[in-house]
Design a protein around this ligand. Structure first.
Ligand code: AMP
Length: 290
């Protein structure tokens, strides 16, 4: 596709809009990949899919302050911008948009998007206001870029569920593409926050993936007691002194309501603190009829 041209980096919404308008007038398909930067192979897989299926790809790099709670890592979140730009250039991205916070949230900013229900459970219960910040920034970026397709990772399961719900509820004219979770060799889901882990924590963090696999195997073996499987997941996480589980649940993959009995499609969702780093992971469990 048309990806041989140079990468343009901008902080200006006007420059962004003009470039997108120009590309669209040439009949190009516009793709966008929203990120907070510190790009790893998980982000790059989204970017690759965007570059493979679109003509003009915009990567959005913005550490969105409104999705961080008090005492969270907004100030310390990694920002290796030079490396990020190199990776985008090498991947065939056409534009990186890195707006300053005051451009996105000018003085007196007062408009928010709430996706009721999905925002308050699981991650939302542990991180009040987080999904209001996520829904608001994603709607703003969809308005600014107006892409044909926006790419998100399955890694953030509740986030992608909430975004798909918002797009449906607000009739947004955009396709949402969900890309599979990219993992380290031992199974740990890639995350910018993995950089915070010391070697002992990094070794312990594999338990999140193992607990998800445990749930998957139990249901494949015919487990009927969802609560017992959840307890087993929690037990596996607690097997390391370095891990403090937040939740380990089996839920409906669309509503995210917790299940009391197994069904053909389920999602296992985990959040846990490993040392002082909060990590999340998930796995879809799809049982074939027996
Ligand atoms: P973030 O920069 O953490 O906000 O993530 C930006 C996008 O990359 C989100 O859609 C994430 O779901 C996605 N993402 C993050 N980590 C992974 C991963 N390990 N595999 C696939 N997608 C990911």
């Amino acid at each position: 596709m048309n990806q041989s041209q140079e990468l343009v980096v901008t902080t200006s919404p006007d420059e962004l809009r003009m470039a997108v308008r120009q590309a669209r007038s040439e009949g190009q398909r516009i793709g966008c990949v929203p990120t907070m930067g510190a790009l790893h192979e998980g982000h790059i897989s989204l970017i690759r899919q965007a570059v493979d299926t679109c003509d003009f790809v915009v990567v959005w790099i913005f550490v969105n302050p409104t999705q961080f709670g008090e005492g969270e890592d907004l100030q310390t979140y990694p920002r290796p911008i030079e490396e990020d730009l190199k990776k985008c250039g090498a991947a065939g991205v056409r534009m990186v948009f890195m707006p300053p916070p005051e451009v996105i949230y000018p003085d007196g900013y007062s408009t928010w998007v709430e996706v009721a229900g999905l925002s308050e459970i699981l991650e939302g219960a542990s991180r009040p206001g987080h999904f209001r910040g996520v829904a608001t920034i994603v709607l703003k970026l969809l308005n600014l870029i107006q892409p044909d397709v926006a790419f998100f990772g399955a890694k953030d399961y509740q986030q992608q569920t909430l975004i798909r719900r918002m797009v449906r509820d607000l009739n947004l004219p955009v396709e949402i593409a969900i890309c599979p979770t990219v993992r380290e060799e031992d199974g740990l889901a890639m995350s910018s926050r993995n950089a915070y882990l010391n070697p002992a924590e990094r070794a312990a963090a594999i338990r999140l993936f193992e607990a998800l696999q445990l749930a998957d195997s139990r249901f494949r073996e015919g487990a009927e007691d969802v609560a017992a499987v959840q307890e087993e997941m929690l037990g596996h996480l607690r097997g390391s002194d370095l891990i403090e589980p937040d939740y380990a649940v089996i839920a409906d993959p669309d509503s995210l309501e917790q299940l009391t009995s197994p069904q053909p499609r389920m999602v296992a969702l985990i959040a846990a603190r490993v040392g002082s780093t909060r990590l999340i992971d998930n796995q879809l469990i799809e049982l074939s009829p027996r």
